[in-house]
Design a protein around this ligand. Structure first.
Ligand code: HEM
Length: 150
């Protein structure tokens, strides 16, 4: 029962994180063209601030539940890491490092430039956020495919 609850928490975290990236990448970003550049940047500042706060919670949920399930599996039997779990853990940790870079370096650079009125610098930082979110999205979809197909 505890294991099932941890897995539910894990999958909810993944849904929020990967689903949010999918929405931002394929639906929100292409729609920004209807706004003038200053409004685009202002909207993305608000959207990303809220989304990244939610991703912090999702990352904690994915990490704690994932480690909890690993620990329960390890105690239950002579545990040999399934290759798919190993890949999920390694790529999951990489995704978390990338998220940290996006949130703590790129997003801060974006906000600082916006506050200073340096729109070109802000747009360049946002383009890098977009590229790294795209990379994390690809990694997340790959992990889900590996775990469900293994
Ligand atoms: C440090 C990071 C992570 C750890 C330690 C971890 C660990 C685990 C463990 C132990 C399970 C249970 C597997 C089972 O009972 O069959 C699981 C399930 C799952 N994980 Fe992760 N995981 C991590 C990150 C991720 C990430 C980043 C994703 C996707 C982006 C992900 C997607 C899933 C999915 C979809 C399941 C459900 C699989 C199923 O029930 O068939 N995990 N994870």
């Amino acid at each position: 029962m505890l294991y099932a609850l941890l897995k539910l928490l894990h999958v909810f975290g993944v849904l929020l994180w990967v689903g949010g990236m999918l929405f931002a990448h394929f639906f929100l970003r292409p729609s920004l063209a209807v706004l003038e550049p200053p409004q685009r940047l202002a909207l993305m500042r608000e959207v990303l601030q809220r989304f990244f706060a939610a991703v912090v919670v999702a990352v904690l949920a994915v990490l704690i539940s994932g480690l909890g399930m690993l620990d329960m599996a390890r105690r239950a039997s002579a545990f040999v890491w399934p290759a798919a779990w190993l890949a999920m853990t390694a790529i999951g940790l990489l995704m978390m490092v990338i998220f940290g870079y996006i949130r703590l370096t790129l997003y801060r650079r974006f906000v600082t430039a916006l506050d200073a009125g340096e729109l070109a610098v802000a747009a360049a930082a946002l383009a890098r956020v977009r590229a790294w979110v795209g990379a994390n999205l690809a990694l997340g979809l790959f992990v889900v495919a590996v775990v469900l197909l293994a």
